[in-house]
Design a binder for this molecule. Structure first.
Ligand code: 9MR
Length: 623
């Protein structure tokens, strides 16, 4: 720990005394990839690249510097793509080295990909991590979750318990949350789906590595099995399984307070449907029974969701763990129904999917709360299943976002498709998720501009940023070292668990990072200290898109594979999906929020003209 801090300080001092400073990916550039460094203070000057023998291998004149607002700084984006010989290099300005070691290698992104996926193994609940797989991070089992309780508001019998083992810890805390599991698991399933050939052969060195299933699917299954336990008898899905309050900074086995299923929500249920429908397809070749079980569970949840459109999660007053609250489930419905249609091709499900058109007014980058983009990804990449009109609109939405990101690179000296508004809680996942959008645009068009913008984002996360830091633990010359992550803080190992992407700069951080906020340069609003959960925590929904980005770029740039968008889905008989009594034609209260009015819980919706409409929990209008 101390050593790394010194590194950080030493490099800051030396860069201050240099004529110029270069910011770059500190982990590695795939040999054939486009390669850029951002150099501050060298406009018009020669940047000389030298190999480990100090021989000059390339000289590039730094182009005109351009302003990048989040850094509040001008930088020249120096293109050294011509350098295509594996090795380690330094960039020089005159006699001074201005970069960290620049690594070019055929496998430049593979170790980071593996580490970011192996981190999910380190996050496993209900399992002892043995030295064989966890090395110095071995630890006793935490949270068996064999007798979880029900929160009183669920109205179950007093003292009733249920088994809800396995799953991944969400983040720096030990909670398990369905909504966040949803997007994370989906992202990892898509990583596999889009790069099957590569992931079929990739070993993650986890306990299941010797079976016949790709390791990434073994890892994901750990969480799927937990998700299945969160379905109640009526088909609805509990929102989360946590203690009442966050525990202290202790190892998992020391957090022994009771855990509760808390809330049953429409957003958790739709997310559950989306993930399990996709998983049913993917696991069918490996385990037909497991696959069928997931399709059935998705079907049961589907009918529950249709009958409970307004069961939004509200944090009970005695609970303090993450809330993942979201008062709008339209995007979750579109996404879940798209996944269900993909595996059933059932017309009534298609109707449900189309109940709310995919259109620009709802359209934005995906995140745990907003999953429209995931629907578009699925529809756009399955043109043999969805109708042309739907495929076209999904594609157009993806291109609209991707073109916007590419456009933001103009006059942007860092070459990073991030704008000021992106720097909120988990900004590094905003970056990585933008990378996913860009890679979809690339898969759909094969246009280099999208691929290059995605590479720029990876470079940003691994060091091409104004803090000169690699946000991935265990990787890079100046790597983050003090993440908000209970096991890394409470164990006796100095270095944090490797392969974790921290949340990143957050212009609104309200914790100990407050004094590090730079309103004029939001990309600097970061504090590498475990006290800062708002800038330096880790989370499964941040690591998953990082793994997607690094893993897909590795497959594309080093393995030469690009996803064939015409791949087929397994088809499940709609009769195997339990039927219910769907009776949802309209959702007049869409976008309403729950309030307490006239002595009862009601839904309040503000119309465009500002009029307030009120509904009961069944969605019927109250005058
Ligand atoms: O990622 C979540 C972020 O979007 C919210 O602003 C923040 C506050 O509600 O919560 C983040 O999620 C945290 C979750 O609530 C509990 N586990 C840790 C998550 C990452 O910080």
């Amino acid at each position: 720990m101390k050593i790394a801090r010194l590194f950080f300080v030493a490099s800051a001092i030396s860069s201050a005394s240099l004529a110029a400073t270069a910011y770059h990916n500190q982990v590695g550039y795939p040999t054939k990839a486009p390669k850029y460094i951002a150099v501050v203070g060298a406009e018009g000057k020669d940047i000389v690249f030298k190999d480990s023998e100090k021989q000059t291998v390339l000289t590039v004149k730094a182009p005109e510097a351009a302003y990048w607002k989040p850094a509040n700084e001008n930088a020249s984006l120096v293109d050294f793509s011509e350098l295509q010989t594996p090795g380690t290099y330094l960039a020089y300005l005159g006699d001074s080295a201005i970069s960290h070691p620049i690594i070019i290698s055929d496998n430049a992104l593979e170790d980071a990909t593996i580490a970011s996926l192996r981190w999910f193994y380190y996050q496993r609940a209900s399992l002892e991590l043995t030295e064989e797989f966890a090395g110095k991070y071995a630890r006793p089992m935490g949270h068996p979750d064999t007798a979880a309780k029900y929160h009183t508001l669920l109205g179950k019998e007093l003292n009733a318990t249920f088994a809800s083992p396995k799953g991944w810890y969400d983040a720096g805390d030990y909670g398990k949350y369905i909504v966040n599991s949803g997007i994370s698991t989906y992202t990892l399933l898509q990583l596999y789906q889009h790069n099957k050939e590569y992931f079929k052969k990739l070993s993650l060195n986890i306990p299941e590595s010797n079976n016949d299933v790709p390791d990434i699917l073994d890892e994901i299954r750990w969480n799927l099995e937990w998700m299945l336990t969160m379905q109640d008898e009526d088909g609805g899905v509990f929102h989360k399984l946590t203690t009442k309050q966050f525990c202290g900074t202790v190892m998992p086995d020391r957090d022994t307070k009771p855990r509760f299923a808390i809330g049953k929500s429409i957003t958790a249920t739709w997310d559950f449907v989306g993930v399990l429908a996709l998983a049913a397809d993917i696991y069918k070749t490996y385990d037909a029974e497991f696959s069928e079980k997931m399709a059935k569970a998705a079907g049961k949840a589907y009918w529950w969701a249709k009958e409970h459109p307004y069961d939004f999660f509200e944090q009970p007053s005695d609970i303090g763990t993450g809330s993942y609250e979201d008062g709008n489930a339209v995007d979750e419905q579109i996404w879940a129904t798209a996944e269900m249609y993909r595996i059933t091709q059932n017309d009534s499900i298609l109707k449900d999917m189309r109940q709310f058109a995919l259109n620009k007014s709802r359209w934005k980058l995906h995140g745990w709360q907003t999953v429209y983009a995931m629907a578009a990804f699925t529809i756009a990449t399955n043109p043999d299943i969805f109708e042309k009109a739907d495929v076209d609109s999904a594609k157009n939405l993806i291109f609209a976002l991707a073109d916007d990101y590419v456009g933001s690179l103009e006059e942007n000296g860092y070459g990073v498709a991030m704008t000021e508004g992106d720097f909120y809680w988990g900004s590094n996942s905003v970056a990585a998720n933008k990378g996913i959008v860009l890679l979809h645009a690339y898969m759909l068009t094969k246009e280099d501009k999208y691929l290059n913008a995605a590479i720029g984002i990876l470079d940003y996360l691994l060091g091409r940023n104004p803090l000169d830091v690699s946000y991935l633990t265990g990787f890079g010359t100046n790597q983050v070292y003090h993440p908000h992550h209970r096991p890394s803080q409470a164990d006796t190992v100095e270095a944090p668990v490797p392969g974790m992407l921290v949340g990143g700069p957050n212009k609104s951080a309200n914790d100990c990072a407050k004094s590090h906020i730079d309103k004029d340069a939001v990309a600097r609003s970061f504090y590498d200290n475990s006290c800062s959960y708002a800038t330096n925590e880790v989370a499964i929904n941040w690591n998953a898109p990082f793994a997607y980005l690094a893993g897909s770029l590795h497959a594309i740039l080093s393995e030469g594979t690009v996803y064939d968008i015409h791949s087929k889905a397994e088809k499940f008989d709609i009769n195997s999906i339990p039927s219910g009594k769907p009776n949802l034609n309209k959702m007049p209260a869409e976008g309403a929020r729950m309030i307490f009015r006239d002595g009862m819980v009601q839904l309040e919706k503000t119309t465009r003209s500002g009029e307030k409409l009120y509904f009961n929990l069944n969605g019927n209008r109250i005058k």
